[in-house]
Design a protein around this ligand. Structure first.
Ligand code: 13P
Length: 255
């Protein structure tokens, strides 16, 4: 598989961590450490950190992302943030459909699909997360679950827009648990995601889509995971909160 058709992307997902001043400090520390990276480097941060993060990374190669957005441009949706708001701030990326949003906040494939289309319409690049529960893996329905999520989450998304979308494969049982999928397990599902995209959009489009692995990725296991032909990057939780832990993952993706 020719990985040169797509970008390698290492993205941190900070989740509900770091105040604005802490965000600034972490990004100031990280920027010089990753300045020569031969991959895209993204930090997805809490909404209230976006201004500080954009300021701290100005003139660096670190791009900023949000961790969610609503599907409407504006309206009576107390507590929500629209894609238009993010776009006007100059935020290029947004994480959508993370399993924590699905698990704790009632996110469904239908709402992930609406958010994805709205984000793309506003000019944002979505990082759409899919992944099976442990129970689903044990019942041997991982592929059914993933195919369903890909088809529903990307319903009505054009081929041009899919190329701007990053898919993150995050097995729910591997998130924050210290249990990483083996490199072979990650490859198997990332390869399956690409095959599913190929059925929907054709091989050329599928080959152009960046597919990340996420779930306890760290300095020790990243090299083996990133060496796999369909693993084009990582979506990193815990290890993105400490510059010295995130930098080796960026370095591994740059090889
Ligand atoms: P951890 O790296 O902490 O397992 O989190 C992964 C994740 O959920 C990234 O979105």
């Amino acid at each position: 598989m020719d990985k040169s058709k797509r970008s390698a992307v290492i993205a941190g997902n900070w989740k509900m961590n770091k105040t604005p001043s802490e965000a600034k400090a972490l990004l100031n520390e990280l920027a010089p450490m990753v300045k020569d990276a031969d991959c895209e480097v993204i930090a997805c941060v809490p909404f209230v950190d976006l201004t500080a993060a954009l300021e701290a990374t100005e003139g660096t190669n670190i791009k900023i992302g949000a961790e969610n957005c609503h599907w409407e441009e504006s309206g009576a949706f107390t507590g929500e943030i629209s894609p238009k708001m993010l776009a006007e701030m100059g935020v290029p990326y947004v994480v959508l459909g993370h399993s924590e949003r699905r698990q704790y906040f009632g996110e469904t494939d239908e709402t992930v699909n609406k958010r994805t289309k709205a984000a793309l319409k506003a000019g944002l690049k979505p990082i759409v997360c899919v992944g099976e529960l442990l129970w689903e893996r044990e019942c041997d329905i991982t592929e059914e679950v993933i195919a369903r999520q890909i088809k529903l989450d990307l319903f009505d998304v054009s081929a041009e827009d899919v190329k701007k979308t990053i898919i993150a494969y995050e097995p729910v049982w591997a998130i924050g648990t210290g249990k990483t999928a083996t490199a072979d397990q990650a490859q198997e599902v990332c390869g399956f995601i690409r095959a599913t995209l190929a059925k929907l959009y054709g091989q050329d489009v599928a080959d152009a889509v960046t597919i990340q692995y996420g779930g306890s990725m760290n300095a020790d296991n990243c090299e083996e995971l990133l060496a796999k032909p369909d693993v084009d990057g990582g979506l990193i939780g815990g290890a993105s909160l400490v510059a010295a832990k995130f930098q080796p993952i960026v370095a591994a993706a740059s090889k």
